[in-house]
Design a protein. Structure first.
Length: 143
């Protein structure tokens, strides 16, 4: 099941080619959000450009220009059957600038011998209406 999920995510993230950010508002389906909500939002913003400084140079290839290409590269690295891989999500209720928000993360983790890394995306959504603040998209990683 996990392999099928990863294959579907890779296909969905890598399938489109434009670098235009989403033109519509994106909202969480639930409050508090579920892991599925976090993954759903990341899939919806896959065409957002890697414009935040936290994303500079962090793709698997120099030509990676969108959140989708950035994540697709790391998801593609999970194909080794000997590795211990995972896709994880986290949701943290917090207050930013006096506003109640959820800080949501999707992380792709890989571990094979000494080759250990974790890369992903973080975004913030308002608790009041679930609106995802697209300018809050950040790339996260260590490896």
């Amino acid at each position: 099941m996990r392999t099928a999920l990863l294959a579907c995510a890779c296909f969905a993230l890598a399938g489109c080619r434009t670098a235009d950010p989403p033109a519509r508002s994106i909202k969480l389906q639930h409050s508090p959000p579920t892991a599925k909500d976090v993954i759903d939002v990341v899939l919806q913003v896959s065409q957002a450009p890697l414009s935040d400084s936290s994303c500079a140079g962090f793709g698997t290839e120099p030509t990676d220009r969108t959140i989708g290409r950035y994540l697709a590269g790391y998801l593609a690295e999970l194909s080794s059957q000997d590795a211990r891989n995972a896709v994880t999500t986290s949701i943290e209720p917090r207050t930013e600038s006096g506003q109640a928000v959820y800080r949501c993360r999707l992380m792709i983790r890989h571990s094979l011998g000494e080759d250990v890394w974790s890369w992903g995306v973080q975004f913030t959504a308002r608790q009041s209406d679930g609106l995802v603040l697209v300018n809050s998209l950040r790339c996260l990683g260590a490896g």
